[in-house]
Design a binder for this molecule. Structure first.
Ligand code: HH2
Length: 284
């Protein structure tokens, strides 16, 4: 593994999405072959990505789980190719709920683990993160991808998400994951209605105030399509950029996006405005 990844480096970080799946909601099927993945990765790095999130399982609403061997077969050849072609300063995250997949990815050159189940899908994941000291993203999700959009309900979505994330972080720490390796993510679109997503975005500071770096994943997501009356995810770049700027103002550290150039500009501009306003440094 590379040197420990600095989660707090004083500016917002951009994480480029690289799905090596046949069925992801926005880029499925495009980058499954290692050479296509490397070209896309180089493009995102040239546009300002600090890290890349490689996933071999779609977690879009309605998606069926993908077994560990299939995920490994998709991800590992791509990771080897990325490590051969990318500068070592570019960090790679693996988007998986499986400890077996995460271990194979870390051995193939990944630096971070992004777990949308926050360690609930596979209890061995916390032990792996504890042993390797790899940074670990803990995301909130209500239910499972296959069924999570079936009438999700909350009394106070921001408070319930905040409490869940703090509980998962406490369990991870108890399992030996170093506190300074934990990243929290409110899980926009995961078991939430449009109204829940909007409340979470309006209440982001209650999550960033928890003291852990926060990752935000709004990129091209459907709740913005219903606001903007746009069906095609690729046409939601301007809406995504608006959420990135607001996320910076709320202290978000890492933005998981498909469109790196646009979000890099939004994040850097918002960070400069935030600094000019005398606000605290971003929690990065
Ligand atoms: N969103 C997606 C996947 N992984 N990880 C984190 N931490 N936060 C997110 O919001 C998040 C995530 C869904 O987006 P995408 O990867 O583009 O689609 P799919 O799940 O269909 O592959």
């Amino acid at each position: 593994m590379n040197e420990p990844f600095p989660l707090r480096c004083g500016r917002p970080l951009i994480m480029g999405v690289l799905n090596v799946t046949p069925d992801s909601f926005s880029d499925g099927g495009r980058y499954a072959a290692p050479d296509a993945a490397c070209r896309r990765a180089a493009e995102m790095v040239a546009q300002g990505a600090d890290l890349l999130d490689v996933g071999g399982e779609s977690t879009r609403p309605g998606a069926r789980p993908v077994d560990a061997a299939t995920q490994i077969g998709r991800i590992v050849p791509v990771l080897h190719a990325l490590r051969r072609t990318l500068p070592a300063t570019v960090r790679i995250s693996v988007d998986t709920r499986s400890a077996r997949v995460a271990a194979a990815a870390l051995a193939a050159g990944a630096d971070l683990v992004n777990d949308v189940s926050a360690g609930r899908a596979d209890p061995a994941l916390f032990a792996l993160a504890a042993r390797t000291k790899a940074p670990l993203v803990l995301m909130h999700m209500r239910g499972e991808p296959e069924t999570m959009q079936h009438a999700p309900a909350y009394d106070d979505v921001v408070e319930e998400v905040r409490r869940f994330l703090l509980e998962r972080a406490a369990l991870a720490i108890r399992a030996g994951v170093p506190e300074d390796r934990i990243v929290l993510d409110p899980g926009i679109g995961f078991g939430k209605t449009r109204e829940h997503n909007l409340r979470l975005l309006a209440g982001l500071e209650r999550i960033t105030d928890c003291g852990f770096p926060v990752l935000l994943g709004t990129s091209r997501k459907r709740f913005m399509g219903s606001i903007c009356r746009v069906d095609e995810p690729a046409l939601l770049v301007p809406a995504t950029v608006a959420t990135t700027a607001l996320g910076v103002m709320a202290g978000v550290a890492i933005f998981r996006v498909h469109d790196v150039r646009e979000n890099r500009q939004a994040a850097d501009t918002a960070a400069a405005i935030r600094a000019a306003a005398g606000a605290r440094e971003p929690r990065v």
